[in-house]
Every structure is written in C-alpha cells, then in structure tokens.
Design a protein around this ligand. Structure first.
Ligand code: FE2
Length: 466
C-alpha cells in the first residue's frame, strides 16, 4: 500500500501542529500540506506549542529549531519526556541545517530533520511516512514474551513510546492464555523460558489456525545461531539478538508488519475483485430470469433495494447490508428452472403446478452453490418462503429458526409483488398491501419483523411528508 492510499483509507483528518515564528516558513508549510487530509494548527514558539498540546491530540508536530523562547529542540525534548506526548512524531525544520543540528534533533527524539530550503520537495513525503507509521503502530498489539521482568519492562516501555500497544507474558504458556483473550499482531519471544520455551511456544502458535499467521520474532541472550536458525525454520519471521537496541527492534517490527499488512490488503483486494465479478454474473442471471416474464421485470432489484433500506434502518453494518442485498437480488433465481407454462401462467396454479414452483428455492441453491463466497447468501435464497407458523417451504422452519435476512426478504418480496401489476390482477395500493402484511403478522410473517417494517415505512412517509 502506498502512502496516499493509507491517508485516504483513514477517513479522519490528521491534526498537525506547526511551530515556527517565521511567516514565510509557515506559508510554505501551509501550501505544501494542502494536498493532505490534515488540519494544521500554527504557534509561534514552543511555549505556545506546550499550551495548545494539552487541549488538542496531535498526530504530528513540525517544529522550527530556531524559535525564540522555547526553540524546536527544547520543545521536542519536553514532548518526548511527557508520557502523554512522547509518541507524537516530531519533524525538526531548520535553516541551513548542519550535521550537529541533525544530531541535536535526533538526540531530542525527533523522527526527521529537514532543511527549510528542501521543505517543498521533502515535507509531504516525510509527513505521509510519519502518519502512516503512526497509524500502523496505533493499530498494532505486540505481545512480548520473556521470563525477565527487566526485559519485559524495558522493551514494553520502548515499544509503547513508539506508539505500539503492548501485551506481556513471562512464558509461552501464559502467552497462549493471553492470546485467547486478545490476538496480537506480532509476537516477540525469548527462547529459553520456564514452563514453555520459545520452541514449544512457536510450534503451539503455528498449530492453532487462528494464530498461525501472526509474525513471530525470536530473541535470545545467546549468540546461538543454530537455535535462531531452528526458530526461523519452524516459522519465525525473524530473530534478534540481546542486548536489544530498541530503534533496531522498531525498524524490524515495522518492516515485518508492513509486509504483513500488504499481504492482507492484497487478499482483501483479490476478494473484492472476485465479489465484483460474482456480482456481474449474478446480474446477468437475474436479467435472464426477468427477461422471461415482463411482469416481474425489476422485481428482484426492488426487493433488494427495499431489503437493504430496511436493514439499514435496523442499524445493520454496511458489509452485512451489502451481502443481504445480494441475497435479496437473488432470492428467486431458482425460477430460472421453473417451466414457462407455470411461471407465466396468468391465473391461479393447480396443486401440481404449485408443487413445481415450490422447488425454486432449492433450484436456486444449486445455481449459486458453486459461486465462491456465497455461504451467507444461500440461506436467503433457501428460506425466503418459510413462514413464522412453520407452514412455509421448502423446510417448514418455524419462528426464530428462520434466518433474519430471509424474514426481511419475505416481507419486502410480498410488498413489492402486491404493489406491482400482475397478469391476473391490478397493482394494489400501498395501504392495501400493508393491510395484507399486517393481517399475516404472526402467521406468515414474524411479528417482530412486521413491526420493524411498519416503523420503517412510517419513517419513510414522515421523511417524504417533510
Ligand atoms: Fe420466491
């Protein structure tokens, strides 16, 4: 993932504090950062900076090294000593920056130092990098496993200062217990420990599917390369020798996590592409179905839209809503396998014809079951003709055994059919359709969902009246 993708992915606006007394520098920075999704606050020295920082949570600070009163270096040192602000990255800017200036800046805890003459070329990229790192750190839980309390405390403190979330355990057994409560994003583990050593712990994590992909860094006091090699062969992503330099550890963690993150993102992109392709095939299936019967043209889409609106009204997540909408779109797809003389019959069906049409949910499953990622869609197709009183088909499910989306699709399906013209009857008014749905509350339809449906309809009418 590139930097700009990260910034767009995060919908929130980043807050950046710029501390400089020079108006020209301030205006260059302002112009340079306009392309980023940021809110910039400006102060003229470190004193003002320390004041504002107690009221605003900043994501990044840019400080001029040569300000009057509290200069950028002192400002940075003060921030790094305060547990509330130590993890905010600081970029030091300076006129004609020299090597001693750079050293001073880094010694004060700055993440980067830039010469003011290079701001226009370098600042945007450096700011993007810092914000991306900060995002990455804030989202990551690192589990440190070591039998030495001193090491747990020193590494924990160092990683927390870098913005990571830290969990600690004194051996592999305790670590596994902890992981059941909160899955870490990365494990940093000693090898020689009581109760369960690093080898057994690594092998345990690799054997549990949920934990098998967590990056594992082995660490040891011994310069024992054979053990380290064994750990890497057993699945450790990397190893690091004690005494550990925290900066070096952070770089190793960042590299491993960003690679891991890229893999996850690629997987997500692949899945989304597959789902888009699935949707295209689904749309053509629905078009093929509706082409056979001009009276039902647009019915699947209307049911899908109404179902999607109802579940949105219920507060269902965006992702679940999208999946339910696909299920609703496909609810009658099995009618592709129903004979024309039955499907297109303009009058009431005979018993045999009705038995034939009752097969459409099962035919529907057979059509979609081989399309990838349809497991959550199938119950909607399968159970949209079940009834609350158990007299529906194909399974005769009762009450709460009917999956929730199938209940909503059943109501939306009925409402749209009744309010649309059919060869054997004119379309009903909304009021007539609502009356029929209400009359079947507790028999055909689950009363809880009928009540939600009515609230949804009335909320829409209220909005329309306004
Ligand atoms: Fe149906």
């Amino acid at each position: 993932m590139n930097n700009s993708e990260t910034l767009t992915r995060k919908k929130r606006k980043y807050k950046i504090l710029v501390a400089t007394h020079k108006l020209t520098t301030r205006s260059i920075i302002m112009n340079t950062l306009t392309s980023l999704n940021t809110d910039c606050y400006y102060v003229k020295d470190g004193d003002e900076g320390l004041e504002i920082i107690s009221d605003v949570n900043f994501d990044l600070i840019i400080a001029d090294s040569l300000m009057p009163h509290v200069n950028g270096i002192v400002f940075c040192e003060t921030l790094k000593k305060n547990p509330q602000t130590h993890s905010i990255p600081v970029i030091i800017i300076s006129n004609q920056i020299s090597s001693p200036d750079i050293n001073q800046g880094f010694n004060a805890g700055a993440s980067s130092c830039i010469d003011i003459v290079n701001i226009e070329n370098q600042l945007t990229d450096i700011v993007k990098d810092e914000l991306e790192k900060r995002d990455l750190h804030e989202q990551q839980h690192i589990l440190i496993v070591d039998d030495s309390r001193t090491i747990l405390s020193a590494l924990g403190k160092g990683l927390m200062q870098a913005g990571f979330r830290v969990m600690t355990a004194e051996n592999g057994k305790k670590a596994l217990e902890l992981m059941l409560m909160k899955k870490p994003d990365l494990i940093l583990s000693d090898i020689i420990m009581p109760e369960m050593d690093g080898f057994s712990y690594l092998s345990a994590t690799r054997s549990i599917p949920e934990f098998a992909d967590i990056p594992f860094i082995a660490m040891s006091t011994k310069n024992d390369r054979a053990s380290m090699r064994r750990m890497v062969q057993a699945g450790a992503a990397s190893y690091i020798l004690k005494p550990i330099h925290i900066e070096q550890l952070i770089i190793t963690i960042e590299n491993i996590l960003s690679t891991q993150f890229r893999i996850v993102l690629k997987d997500r992109e692949r899945l989304s592409l597959e789902q888009k392709q699935t949707l295209i095939s689904i749309t053509s299936l629905v078009t093929a179905l509706e082409a056979r019967d001009p009276y039902t043209k647009g019915h699947s889409e209307a049911v899908s839209k109404m179902t999607s609106d109802i579940v949105t009204y219920m507060g269902t997540s965006q992702q679940a809503k999208e999946r339910i909408a696909i299920g609703a779109m496909l609810h009658d797809i099995g009618k592709i396998g129903i004979k024309d003389k039955v499907l297109l019959k303009p009058g009431p069906l005979t018993k045999d014809e009705f038995e034939h049409i009752k097969k459409h949910p099962i035919i529907g499953i057979n059509i979609v079951k081989n399309i990838p990622h349809m497991d959550d869609i199938i119950p909607i197709i399968q159970f949209h003709h079940e009834r609350f009183d158990g007299k529906g088909y194909p399974a005769g499910l009762k009450k709460d055994n009917i999956p929730f989306p199938a209940n909503i699709v059943a109501i939306a399906d009925t409402y749209d059919s009744l309010t649309s013209k059919r060869p054997y009857r004119n379309k009903m008014s909304s009021g007539q359709a609502l009356q029929i749905i209400y009359d079947n509350r507790g028999t055909q339809f689950n009363p809880d969902y009928v009540d939600i449906f009515f609230k949804f309809i009335f909320s829409k009418e209220k909005i329309a009246a306004i």
